[in-house]
Design a protein around this ligand. Structure first.
Ligand SMILES: Cc1cc2nc3c(=O)[nH]c(=O)nc-3n(C[C@H](O)[C@H](O)[C@H](O)COP(=O)(O)OP(=O)(O)OC[C@H]3O[C@@H](n4cnc5c(N)ncnc54)[C@H](O)[C@@H]3O)c2cc1C
Length: 380
């Protein structure tokens, strides 16, 4: 077996996958003084982490994710200090609109439930407050729920900025190298790849939609599947929206960028083909996305779509990720399955994975994110 000569032939931590989660973990592990190598089968930020909608939101998170999301937001607010680049991060309200009184009641209940857990970052907006924040919103909207200091960023820029900073601290990134098999040998993991083998005592599997392949080989099968969220962007419009807007009863993520273009997505999906790295746009689904945008912002009826795209993302049946140490193997860690909302979580989970890999434990409760939370019949 050939051991590939890298700057650290046996790094303390080998990270498989160069998305936001692999790059953030590399940075925080390097900050802790660990030697780190990241291998990436394509190029860093090639998949979900480079093409997502850039939404940086705590709003509407599964309650299990809230503490990590809150920590991540603190890091986002200091991102220029951490990375030396602002990554296009901009504070902007994230607002989920209610289109009828039932939806508004469900948003009120959510805010109350979250407050009972000690979190006050989601606030209910009445009809007039929504219009103060979103003067162009449709007449039928009755209120909303908001995190006023959430925001958005540029995904490719952010992910590669984490990479650059990690490299500056000594991490080694190797692109075009696919991890194929992991074998335990004399207290280390030997990772056979498409270009020789790597050796490390600790390995983080952060392979997005492809993570299930390696987890299954390690006898930890997990029902992660690939999805292809759809996005579109319009030509420039006069400034009319300073918030990132979602809807309560239908999929939507809507934001006007500083240059006037409007980026719209929010959950409708195309067809993911992870084996070939491809995803297919479904124009019938994009049409529904456009219809939703027009019905909530009538000004959008005059917009022209200039580009559409999609990306491949790992999704779990319960739509929260797998985060934590392997249940079966010393030195193996997992971080994947972010189910279309993992960009915002990247910084805090990277910090967490670095803590776990370097100390073996963390104070953060990760029980809800365990790899073995699904019955075996869901894992086939
Ligand atoms: C269109 C779209 C819009 C989205 N919008 C938002 C949003 O607004 N806000 C938000 O928070 N989240 C959003 N997301 C989700 C977010 O992008 C993802 O949750 C996040 O990027 C996942 O990061 P990751 O590092 O886990 O995975 P990825 O970015 O997929 O990175 C994993 C990497 O692992 C590599 N890899 C896989 N297998 C191997 C192997 N065997 N060997 C070596 N390398 C391997 C892959 O090539 C890939 O580059 C969106 C996603 C998409 C697709």
């Amino acid at each position: 077996m050939t051991i590939v000569p890298a700057r650290h032939t046996t790094p303390d931590l080998l990270i498989i996958g160069g998305g936001i989660h692999g790059c953030a973990a590399a940075l925080f592990a390097a900050k802790r003084g660990m030697s780190v190598t990241v291998i990436e089968k394509d190029s860093v930020a090639r998949h979900a982490s480079g093409v997502n909608a850039g939404g940086v939101r705590r709003l509407g998170r599964d309650f299990a994710e809230v503490p990590i999301s809150v920590r991540s937001m603190q890091i986002w607010h200091d991102i220029p200090d951490l990375l030396g680049e602002d990554c296009g991060f901009q504070i902007a309200p994230q607002i989920k609109l209610a289109e009828n009184e039932d939806e508004l009641a469900s948003l009120r209940k959510r805010a109350d439930d979250l407050a009972m857990l000690g979190f006050e970052h989601e606030v209910v907006l009445d009809r007039s407050r929504v219009r103060e924040l979103l003067p162009a919103v449709a007449d039928h909207v009755v209120g909303g729920l908001a995190c006023l200091d959430d925001g958005f960023a540029q995904p490719f820029w952010t992910t590669t900025a984490f990479r650059r900073k990690a490299e500056h601290l000594g991490a080694v990134f190797v692109e075009g190298v696919r991890a194929e098999r992991l074998v335990r040998e004399a207290g280390d993991w030997i990772v056979a790849t498409s270009a020789g083998s790597y050796r490390a005592p600790k390995v983080l599997i952060s392979c997005g939609a492809w993570s299930g392949i390696l987890a299954a080989q390690l006898d930890e099968p997990v029902p992660v599947h690939a999805i292809a969220p759809l996005m579109l962007v319009t030509s420039r419009l006069p400034a009319f929206c300073n918030a990132v807007v979602g809807a309560t009863g239908r999929p939507l993520s809507f934001k006007q960028m500083p240059n006037g273009t409007v980026v719209i997505g929010g959950g409708r999906r195309g067809i993911a083909e992870p084996a070939s790295n491809r995803s297919e746009i479904l124009f019938s689904q994009l049409r529904l996305t456009a219809d939703t945008a027009i019905s909530l912002f009538p000004i959008m009826a005059s917009a022209t779509i200039i580009r559409t795209w999609s990306g491949i993302e790992g999704c779990m049946p319960d739509e929260i990720p797998v985060i934590g140490a392997s249940r079966k193997h010393e030195g193996i860690f997992y971080s994947f399955g972010y189910s279309a909302h993992g960009f915002q979580l990247g910084p805090a989970v990277g910090e967490l994975m670095a803590e776990l890999a370097s100390t073996g434990s963390t104070q953060t409760d990760l029980s809800k994110f365990s790899i073995d939370r699904f019955p075996s019949n869901q894992c086939q």
